[in-house]
Design a protein around this ligand. Structure first.
Ligand SMILES: [Zn+2]
Length: 106
C-alpha cells in the first residue's frame, strides 16, 4: 500500500506514514489477551486469579496455584494477596466467557 498524501510505499502494518505522518487507516493490532492482567473466567477454580496470572505470565496455571498455595500456607500473605487480587483484578469479559457466565447464572 501507499501513503495517500505523499505516495511513499508503506509496509502493511504501518499505522502512520514514515515520511509525512499521515494515517494509513490500518487499525492498531489487537492486544494479545495475555498482556491484560485479568481474572480468567474460563479457567477459574475460585475467582480466576491464578488462571489470570498464569495467562499473564504465560506459565501453567497449576504451577501458579501450587506456588501461590505454598506461599499462602508458609507465610499467610498468599491469602491476603489472593483477596486483594480478587478485588483489584478486573474480570475478563470476552464474548465466550460472558456467554458462559450468562448461561450459568440465568
Ligand atoms: Zn506520507
Amino acid at each position: 500500500m501507499y501513503c495517500t498524501q505523499c505516495g511513499v510505499a508503506l509496509d502493511n502494518p504501518d499505522r502512520f506514514c514514515r515520511q509525512c505522518g499521515q494515517r494509513t487507516g490500518v487499525d492498531a493490532p489487537p492486544r494479545p489477551v495475555s498482556h491484560n492482567l485479568t481474572r480468567d473466567m474460563r479457567n477459574k477454580k475460585i475467582a480466576g486469579v491464578c488462571a489470570g496470572f498464569a495467562r499473564y505470565l504465560e506459565v501453567d496455571v497449576v504451577l501458579v496455584r501450587v506456588l501461590w498455595l505454598a506461599v499462602a500456607l508458609c507465610t499467610g500473605v498468599g491469602f491476603i494477596a489472593y483477596l486483594v487480587a480478587w478485588i483489584v483484578m478486573p474480570k475478563e469479559w470476552q464474548p465466550a466467557a460472558a456467554a458462559e457466565y450468562a448461561a450459568q447464572h440465568s
